[in-house]
Structures are given as C-alpha cells and as structure tokens.
Design a protein around this ligand. Structure first.
Ligand SMILES: Nc1ncnc2c1ncn2[C@@H]1O[C@H](COP(=O)(O)OP(=O)(O)OP(=O)(O)O)[C@@H](O)[C@H]1O
Ligand SMILES: [Mg+2]
Length: 222
C-alpha cells in the first residue's frame, strides 16, 4: 500500500451547527491502483481529497504515505511530498495567471529541483492533450477545458506515485476526455496510483476499483 488512511474525520460548522464533512473514512490505495470516487454533490469528496493531499488537517484520523505518518511531517516535508510524489488536479481551475502554460506545467520542477530536463516531457505531454501550440500563452487567454488540461499535464509531469484528480474531465468534451483518460492509464502502467472523482462511470478504465460516498461516509467499495 502506498497510502493508508484510517478513521478520518473533518468537522465544519455552518450556522452554529457542526457537521462532519468527512465522517470516519478509512481507505487504502495500492501502488498502480486506479480508484474512482463518486457521490452526490456535498458528500465530502473534495474535502477527503484535500485531507489525503496533506492540504487540510483532519480533526482526527491517521494517514500514512509510503509508511510515513503525516503528523510527523513539517510544512517543508509536506510541500516536498506534494511536489515530488503527488500530482493533484484540483476541482475548478488552478493555473497561475502570471505564468505561461509551459511555466505552469514545469512549476513542480522549479519548486523542488531534481534531475532531468522537464521541458522535453512537458512539451510531449502538452502535445498529447492538444496544447503544444499554446505553450507560451498565458492562462487568461485559454478556455476552461484548456486550462483544465494544463493542470492535468502539470500533475502528471513528475510521474507521481499518487495522482489525485477531482473531476478532471468534468468540463471536457468526449474526445478530450478520452485523451486525458489515456494519459492516466499510461501513468498507471508506469506505476502511478490514481484516485479520481468522477460522475461519469462510463469513462472509468477497465480494472478500476470504486468507492462511493454519502454524507461524509463511505457508502460502498467495489
Ligand atoms: N470550508 C468549509 N466550511 C464549511 N463547510 C464546508 C467547507 N468546505 C466544504 N464544506 C461543506 O462540506 C460538505 C462537503 O463538501 P465537499 O466540497 O467535500 O463536497 P463534494 O463531495 O466535493 O461536492 P461536489 O461534488 O459538489 O464537488 C459540503 O456540505 C460543503 O458545503
Ligand atoms: Mg468537490
């Protein structure tokens, strides 16, 4: 297992009324596993993903990534983990407006230096999702789906151990969705595990496992 999470709870308060957005969730993800997460709007999917990505601290529960307890990591170690081991495609747009498409995509390399030339791979991935010609453009001039593909390429560039994707194809057409899913499947073949929120069970790959959430809890696993 690369990721193990036990009894995660995240409590929020709305109108003085506390409620559990994530309520006692446990899950494990194997290396190279493709896990699809579904559930009604507001069921806690994005909250769970933010907790697993180390961006949000749960009220209780334990998370281990490659055997390391999140609680023992300081901010720099968490940031290192996010930029080297994780790819996170957030729900909504997450491109930086003052960076070009190419600069956005190689950002994880800029933040934490490592071996290899990111440019070649970045341009090849941009090509695979039909964005090569936009490499030197700024996000403001891109469509919603184009910006989404920039985030997808950025998350895949580091060949992450775990790719967390929150409705990555929500605003893409059928053909672009297929291109993106092919990228995910190639990443999985190279050992990346994927945790993907999706409402479209038709686009999920063969061999994937499924988790459904309801009101903060895991409803089903299959
Ligand atoms: N910062 C916050 N403060 C208070 N409540 C929050 C906060 N963030 C999320 N919530 C609430 O927690 C619940 C779970 O939200 P979450 O974003 O995880 O849902 P989701 O399953 O991702 O929904 P969607 O499919 O619409 O993206 C919702 O009721 C939401 O309104
Ligand atoms: Mg969400």
């Amino acid at each position: 297992m690369i990721l193990k999470a036990y009894n995660l709870v995240k409590e929020y308060t709305r109108g003085n009324q506390p409620f559990e957005a994530v309520n006692n969730v446990s899950l494990e993800i194997r290396e190279g596993e493709f896990v699809c997460l579904a559930g009604r709007s507001g069921s806690g999917k994005s909250t769970l993903l933010n907790i697993l990505a180390g961006l949000l601290t749960p009220n209780s529960g334990k998370i281990y990534f490659e055997g390391k307890d999140y609680e023992t990591l300081d901010d720099l170690e968490r940031s290192y983990l996010r930029n080297t081991k994780f790819g996170y495609i957030m729900q909504g747009q997450s491109a930086f407006s003052n960076l070009t498409v190419l600069q956005n995509v190689i950002l994880p390399y800029t933040l934490f230096k490592r071996d290899g030339d990111p440019y070649k791979k970045a341009l090849a991935l941009l090509d695979r999702v039909g964005l090569r010609h936009l490499a030197s453009q700024y996000p403001a001039t891109l469509s919603g789906g184009e910006k989404r593909r920039v985030s997808i390429v950025r998350a895949l560039l580091t060949s992450p151990k775990l790719l967390i994707a929150d409705e990555p194809t929500g605003d893409l057409d059928e053909e672009t969705t297929r291109e993106v899913m092919e990228l995910f499947v190639s990443a999985v073949k190279e050992g990346t595990a994927v945790l993907m929120v999706t409402h479209d069970m038709n686009t999920t790959p063969y061999g994937a496992s499924f988790i459904t959430m309801k009101a903060g809890r895991i409803e089903e696993k299959f």
